[in-house]
Ligand binder design. Structure first.
Ligand code: CP
Length: 299
């Protein structure tokens, strides 16, 4: 088994390691396992906005008895012109692990190259968000009892959403059947899909028209407006590509609806009250999952 020092991309993680992380997260969640990382410090470096990733990393660290150092780019010496790498080299002496989010694709890999302490990618531009994928796999496994053979529909801005790129890879690794639904022009990059197909023999369908009739899981993401040059275009697509309760009338009763959040208006808020809506439960599972990740990287 290849041990990883950093968690930068889901592509770096072997299936066996993912299974181990999901098993540990399950034990932590059930109260059958405790993690003690007393004496260690986690630095959270978020150069892009976040609620769930940053706070659940901080919560996970606190629940493993770690201390947390939160870096605020807006009040840091970056404002005086200090470089990204000098900032990282400085923080290396203050913390035992780093969780980082940055708008630049490849930034987390760069941070891992610069830093000797473990680095976790909390999202680098439209590229990867590996701990979100682990949460998604953990959530699906908890709700459905398995990952292989499920019909999973991914809908939304598949061109820009790092959560979707990461998740397609993770689902393919575990043998799910995947349907991709995106507005025209926001489909997932073909080259990336080809890579996943050649590695795992991915069974995938792509469409611009929603159809959930055979879905076991519907995973939705918002239009990633921050990656659009034209905000009017982003808003206009967002208004049109929206799921109403009515759209789910032909769906299976046991459908599970997931979303990495934040959601804007791609899902009617009336859906929140349906038993199929599992996205807040999914967000909460981020804590035990990230506790398992911190243990893995720091043990
Ligand atoms: N799912 C997720 O990454 O949420 P945040 O952007 O709030 O961290």
């Amino acid at each position: 088994m290849v041990l990883i020092m950093d968690l930068i991309s889901i592509r770096d993680v072997e299936k066996k390691t993912i299974e181990e992380l999901l098993d540990n997260a399950e034990k932590i969640h059930k109260g059958e396992k405790t993690v003690d990382l007393k004496g260690k410090i986690l630095a959270t470096l978020f150069f892009e906005a976040s609620t769930r990733t940053k706070l659940s990393f901080q919560s996970a660290a606190m629940r493993t008895n770690m201390e947390v150092l939160d870096f605020s780019p807006g009040t840091s010496s970056l404002k005086k012109g200090e470089s990204f790498t000098d900032t990282l080299k400085t923080i290396e002496g203050y913390a035992d692990a780093v969780a980082i989010r940055h708008a630049m694709e490849g930034s987390a890999r760069l941070a891992a190259d610069v830093l000797k302490v473990p680095v976790v990618n909390g999202g680098d531009g439209g590229n990867q968000h590996p701990t979100q994928t682990l949460i998604d796999l953990f959530s699906i496994k908890k709700i459905k009892g398995k990952l292989g053979g499920l019909n999973v529909t991914l809908q939304g801005d598949l061109k820009h959403a790092r959560t979707m790129r990461s998740l397609v890879y993770g689902l393919a690794m575990f043998g799910a059947n995947i349907s991709l639904i995106a507005p025209k022009g926001l489909e997932m990059d073909e080259k990336y899909l080809e890579e996943v197909k050649s590695k795992f023999g991915l069974n995938v369908r792509t469409s611009n028209t929603p159809d959930y009739s055979d879905s076991d899981v519907l995973y939705v993401c918002r239009i990633q407006a921050e990656r659009f040059a034209d905000q009017y275009e982003a808003q206009s697509i967002q208004q049109k590509f929206r799921i109403e309760k009515e759209d789910l009338k032909d769906a299976k009763e046991e459908l599970a609806i997931l979303h990495p959040l934040p959601k804007i208006n791609e899902i009617d808020s009336a859906i929140d009250e349906m038993p199929q809506a599992k996205y807040f439960e999914q967000a909460h599972l981020g804590v035990p999952l990230r506790m398992a990740v911190l243990e893995y990287l720091l043990r």
